[in-house]
Ligand binder design. Sequence first.
Ligand SMILES: *Cc1c(COP(=O)(O)O)cnc(C)c1O
Ligand code: SF4
Length: 395
Amino acid sequence: MYPEDSKEKWFSGKGLWHEVDDKDWNNWSWQLRNRITSLSQLEEYLELTHEEREGCRLAYSKLSMAITPFFFNLIDRKNANCPIRLQVIPRVEEMTTSQEEMLDPVGEDEHSPVAGIVHRYPDRVLFLVTDRCASYCRYCTRSRMVSNAQDYNFHPALEDGLAYIEQNSSIRDVLLSGGDPLLLSDRKLDYLLGRLRKIPHVEFVRIGSRIPVFLPQRITPELSEIFRKHGPVWMSIHVNHPTECTVELKSACEQLAFSGVPLGNQSVLLRGVNDDLMVMKSLVHRLLMMRVRPYYLYQCDLITGSSHLRSDISTGLDIIRGLRGHTTGYAVPQFVIDAPGGGGKVPINPDYVERISENEIVFKNFLGKTYRYPLIGGTIGHVPNIDGIRDKILT
Ligand SMILES: *Cc1c(COP(=O)(O)O)cnc(C)c1O
Ligand code: SF4
């Protein structure tokens, strides 16, 4: 079952591919060339359910299937509900679009001044530099464009994006994403980071990537040197379940950290994958052991064909309540909803405040015990103006 603490073994090695040479196995191009991308390949390794077989037949028109051999090994092949399996093996339910679902759930296309740039927040942009990933997540927010199964025909326009950033001095933060930026060659990444670093108003550069999880072989000494050279470059990885914390991922994170790359993690709350306090707790503990700070826990976006994977908001709130105060503060991610239609990420928090009265705030701690703090002169100004209460106190 789930690895519940650090004493459980972390996965490592070649698994089903034990006959492959170490040299090939550790080569990221070999991993990419040998990805599982077709139904017939998949059936060589796994007995599929009816829902999965149908899903694989239809995936070519929605979001392609691709699974690196390294990641495939993490699947528990005896368990049809394996949380790793649910993330990467297509299911027929993906073809059902519920009423609330959208092709572009967080309104990225409307906020795109040039192809590949999403400029929603005044001071920062999302810069989409490729539409390819090492493996494809079935709930991907950008499945309209990622893998190009839907003929969206995204062509990364790196020079246009760079020019836009150069011309807009309000942009101090650039987030490289896609697709997965780490699929670009070392040469291209070196060029891109070099160009961004030359822009005087760009203070902060980060990369969103699931490559360390799907393809840790990509984190080579040469790549790490590029990050060191153009640093500080921050990175958000994407791990959803403790099983994904492998010895290989840990060592990739170590290389990145030693090259000066601060690491965060973004998880998506997924039904049957990580919508459980014990699973999440084990995940965030493993992340800290790998030098990764849990950053966001996302409520799953309303992407078409994802209703079978979406959990309730209350499940996310229960998880945060179960972590806050019960474990290391560094281990607790911020639960957010990326507002449907394009409002940006909004924090959703458990409510610890019971009431704010004229002279005190009454709140509960992590054990549910009630505490009070007086509203004395100087602190009134700091009291949030919930229901206009501060105005009321001040008048
Ligand atoms: C998520 C996102 C960012 C980064 O948001 P942070 O809260 O700073 O991590 C920037 N732009 C867009 C369009 C995003 O979706
Ligand atoms: S790695 Fe990211 S961009 Fe690629 S399929 Fe997964 S969620 Fe989508």
